[in-house]
Design a protein around this ligand. Structure first.
Ligand code: TYM
Length: 344
């Protein structure tokens, strides 16, 4: 398959507090892939409501994610930026895939267990079937590549299993309709680079997350330079200087995390960073990290602020993106219905 036939799809939930993990794990990759692929980037609002959301905040978070995509450098004219609920085929294919996926597969999903916590009986049904909707997002566009952070790996594996089972379950119908053997291609996860799992600045064993009660655990994309500096300076470390080799980071989760963040922000690798900073104290390294983080993030946050001040523009971008996404989605959904045996 040549690159022009490859299609990138990815999504970000509009649940507030977009942070450095979202940026380095996903959004930076979205920007890079635009050079080589046709890309579709989605604000996954249907996923957001798997846990309670306030309608007014949800509307503003949807615009915030769209602003982050564009502010970071995604071009919504050359590629597609839209919100999931405006393309009804996501929910429609999600239902069909609920009937393909097995309960045993969903029972193994670690994110459901983490998010539902101890009170599983009280979690929404949507939270449980979240991964099949995510599979629908990807397969609806027959996407071939999906840039995500490491925490989405298991969901991507499920999407691949769902694609394969659909192809097997309906093999005869797929062949009879002239689609050959493969109706849904197997989507490839793209989980690469030094920051696929950015950790909390307060605890190197915990992922940086939107829902962490401590704002000092994460750098938000909307943080001011002063806030970024304060959070980096207060980030947990250990008393040793930085090692000169990557092996020396093992067992030093916080140091490893900061080195990974520096590498990702500077477009280099952990060995490169340690070549420059091996033997340095954390206070020196943190000052360099503050400068780098502020230089990289300030243009994004000021562009986000500018865009968010014009919600009419963002809504128009999303509507336009939805109509272009719908054109692809509708065609593929008609084919799915034929394969399954629904009447037109
Ligand atoms: P969400 O909204 O939780 O996160 C958006 C993206 O950010 C990545 N990410 C991280 N990467 C590195 N370090 C971190 N600490 C970190 N935290 C989050 C996530 O891996 C993700 O790539 N289920 C998805 C949204 C989704 C989706 C899709 C993604 C729905 N449908 C289809 C791809 C394709 C999610 O909850 O992302």
């Amino acid at each position: 398959m040549n690159q022009s036939e490859q299609r990138v799809f990815s999504g970000v939930q509009p649940t507030g507090n977009l942070h450095l993990g979202n940026y380095l794990g996903a959004i930076v990759k979205f920007v890079e892939l635009q050079e080589t692929h046709n890309c579709i980037y989605c604000v996954v609002d249907l996923h957001a409501i798997t846990v309670p959301q306030k309608p007014e905040e949800l509307r503003s978070s949807i615009r915030e994610v769209a602003a982050a995509f564009i502010g970071a450098g995604v071009d919504p004219c050359k590629h597609i930026v839209f919100n999931q609920s405006q393309v009804a085929e996501h929910a429609e294919l999600g239902w069909v895939l609920n009937c393909v996926a097995r309960i045993g597969w969903l029972n193994r999903m670690t994110q459901f267990k983490e998010k539902a916590g101890k009170d599983r009986e009280n979690a929404s049904v949507g939270l449980y079937t979240y991964p099949t909707l995510m599979a629908a997002d990807i397969l609806l566009y027959k996407a071939t590549h999906v840039p995500v952070g490491d925490d989405q790996k298991q969901h991507l594996e499920l999407a691949r299993d769902v694609a394969q089972k659909f192809n097997n379950d309906f093999a005869q119908s797929i062949a009879a309709l002239g689609y050959g053997e493969v109706f849904f291609p197997q989507p490839e996860p793209l989980i690469q680079g030094p920051a696929t799992r950015v950790m909390s600045l307060r605890d190197g064993a915990k992922k940086m997350s939107k829902s962490d009660p401590s704002d000092y655990s994460r750098i938000n994309l909307t943080d001011t330079p002063e806030a970024i500096a304060q959070k980096v300076r207060k980030a947990k470390t250990d008393p040793e200087p930085l090692p000169s080799e990557v092996d020396g980071l093992s067992g030093r989760a916080e140091a490893d995390n900061l080195v990974g963040i520096y590498a990702a922000l500077s477009g280099s690798t952990k060995p490169d960073v340690l070549r420059d900073f091996g033997g340095s104290t954390f206070s020196r390294f943190k000052e360099a990290l503050v400068q780098l983080a502020v230089a990289r993030l300030t243009p994004v946050s000021s562009e986000m602020r500018r865009l968010q001040a014009d919600p009419g523009y963002l809504d128009q971008v999303l509507r336009d993106g939805a109509s272009r996404a719908r054109a692809i989605a509708a065609e593929n959904m008609v084919a799915v219905k034929d394969v399954v045996g629904f009447l037109r």
